[in-house]
Design a binder for this molecule. Structure first.
Ligand SMILES: Nc1ncnc2c1ncn2[C@@H]1O[C@H](COP(=O)(O)OP(=O)(O)OP(=O)(O)O)[C@@H](O)[C@H]1O
Length: 263
């Protein structure tokens, strides 16, 4: 699905703009999946951007379009069927099992007050399988680890079978193996035509996985383009204000880029 932002500017209240000059066209109408990594220092506006794309916030100027349709003209239910959202993990204060929480991802299909049916349960269990935590289906969300909960949030987004996933630091708090699980799931979803926009503080992950990258810098114009063009030693050093080096590392599958802070 094509995602486009035109002339985006956003400010909270009367403050200085958090985002300015945001414009990009990601993906196309051919149905092939793509991955966009969003990077930038703390406070650069990454989560704000995701909230704008989700329609939780409105651009002060500019607009978002999904498949050429203005996001503002889509109902919340239409948006929920198009987009899956994986927020930063915050365990809910109410007692809910992992399966029940995953079934919440199906709400656009059965309505807020409708009961999930067998189809919803099957989709939720399949999503739990995909992220490797089906064995936790009956456990309370308040009684699993933070990393396991992060995976449950991913499953909740997958349960709706969205064409586009928006993920806010999906690998944060996960161990190496589960980070790889998230990355390989995004990769295999791309192969099935599902696109992803993911915020990450790991430039290595962006270089490994992403087709495109959006680099946000505080007070600097955002840069969008092919990930290998956007994420260079120079641009990362400038955006993060620290000397960065990119090196090739030999792994059994070939060469992988690794990004090092050289200070
Ligand atoms: N609700 C709000 N009201 C006012 N200012 C806000 C609000 N939410 C965020 N901000 C400010 O907007 C700026 C961007 O915040 P945002 O959370 O989008 O950054 P981020 O790039 O996701 O940061 P991080 O990497 O730390 O998660 C920050 O300066 C933040 O203090």
């Amino acid at each position: 699905m094509e995602l486009q932002v035109k002339n985006g500017l956003f400010r909270y209240g009367h403050r200085d703009p958090v985002l300015k000059g945001v414009g990009f066209r990601f993906g196309d109408g051919t149905g092939s999946g793509r991955i966009l990594a969003v990077l930038g220092p703390n406070g650069a506006g990454k989560t704000t951007l995701i909230r704008l794309l989700l329609g939780h916030l409105r651009w002060t100027e500019g607009e978002t379009l999904f498949g050429g349709r203005k996001a503002a003209s889509l109902s919340p239910a239409e948006l929920a069927r198009l987009i899956g959202y994986v927020p930063q993990a915050k365990v809910p204060p109410f007692a809910v099992t992992v399966l029940e929480m995953t079934e919440l991802g199906r709400i656009a299909f059965h309505g807020e007050f409708g009961e999930p049916d067998e189809t919803d349960e099957a989709a939720a269990l399949e999503a739990l399988d995909t992220v490797g935590i089906r064995h936790l289906a009956g456990r309370l969300c308040s009684e699993i680890s933070g990393g396991e909960y992060q995976l449950a949030l991913f499953a909740r987004a997958l349960a709706a079978g969205p064409g586009l996933l928006l993920l806010d630091e999906p690998e944060a708090g996960l161990d190496f193996r589960n980070q790889r699980r998230i990355l390989s799931t995004l990769k295999s979803l791309r192969g099935k035509g599902v696109s992803s926009v993911f915020i990450t503080h790991y430039p290595d992950h962006a270089l490994e996985l992403a087709d495109d990258a959006l680099l946000l810098g505080k007070g600097k114009a955002p840069v969008f383009g092919r990930a290998s063009d956007v994420l260079t030693e120079e641009s990362l050093s400038e955006a993060f204000g620290i000397q960065v080096r990119i090196r090739d590392v030999q792994i059994p599958e070939g060469i992988r880029k690794t990004v090092i802070a050289a200070e």
